[in-house]
Write a protein that binds this ligand. Structure first.
Ligand code: OAD
Length: 246
């Protein structure tokens, strides 16, 4: 595999999915029967599911918090933090992952498009502004919003919900800036099945903006055809070689 030769005119976006955290021990999402750790997706990852059974949803996310707290960043996360140190503001990390492994590896600027596992917000968030960091585990009780008393919920973007515009804007304006500054744009997606939109469509936008696009993934699904190059393998092994040659 050839190392990507970034120079002072390069602008690089890396977008990570669940596969980037797999080697750290965080399970990916899509298994053959479409269940998430034995739960139906719509029961634990939709506003409707939360309305029906908030305790079930908190059990699921408390278990995920507990799992992630026992995991450590892997060599893929570390390579991305190093690339940010080298490229500075010519680098953008976008992640679909809600864990904190990029941050713990040293990445400073992380656009978390699907939210943050370690933050809560108010279930009445359209009218109540409450958002706070939280590492609590809630297996027996549903936490309450300290501002309005409604149920608090994880700050995760669930199915049927919009992505935060301020976060997706970081991606679009980063691409636009490459054109304004006549820089060479790279788009590298890592460990994602490309099943969830709109993030799966970021590669189309990047290609339209003239990016050279790469996918690093364990398996070559249909999504791989959207990229100029496909690198088959584990993120923790491929990323250090792709960025630094070792
Ligand atoms: P998926 O579980 O759909 O896909 C993970 C991909 O990573 C698969 O294609 C695997 O082959 C690949 N993979 C597994 N281990 C890998 C490794 N060590 N190195 C490289 N690739 C590996 O996960 P996402 O595409 O991230 O949203 O799923 C997108 C969204 O679906 C998630 O963010 C989640 C879910 O709905 C929310 O929770 C809001």
């Amino acid at each position: 595999m050839e190392r990507l030769q970034f120079d002072s005119n390069s602008r690089v976006i890396v977008m990570t999915g669940a596969g980037a955290s797999a080697e750290s021990g965080v399970p990916t999402f899509r298994d053959a029967n479409g269940l998430w750790e034995g739960n139906k997706v719509e029961d634990v990852a939709s506003p409707y599911g939360f309305m029906e059974d908030p305790q079930k949803v908190w059990n699921f996310y408390s278990q995920r918090r507990a799992n992630v707290m026992m995991c450590d960043p892997n060599t893929g996360h570390l390579a991305l933090a190093e690339l940010e140190r080298q490229l500075g503001d010519r680098f953008l990390l976008v992640t679909q992952n809600v864990d904190d492994l990029h941050e713990r590896a040293g990445s400073k600027r992380v656009a978390k498009v699907h939210g943050n596992l370690f933050r809560n917000k108010c279930s009445q968030h359209t009218t109540c502004p409450y958002v706070a960091d939280d590492h609590g585990l809630y297996f027996d009780t549903v936490p309450k919003c300290p501002v309005c008393g409604a149920d608090a919920r994880p700050e995760i973007v669930w199915f049927g919900e919009r992505l935060q515009l301020s976060v997706t804007d970081m991606f679009y304006s980063f691409c636009a800036r490459a054109q304004m500054d006549a820089q060479k744009l790279y788009y590298v997606a890592v460990g994602t099945s490309g099943a969830v939109y709109p993030v799966a469509s970021f590669v189309y936008h990047a290609n339209t903006m003239g990016a050279e696009s790469h996918l690093v993934n364990l398996e070559q699904g249909e999504h791989a055809n959207d990229f100029h190059s496909f690198h088959k393998g584990k993120a923790g092994e491929i990323l250090p070689r792709l960025f630094f040659g070792s």
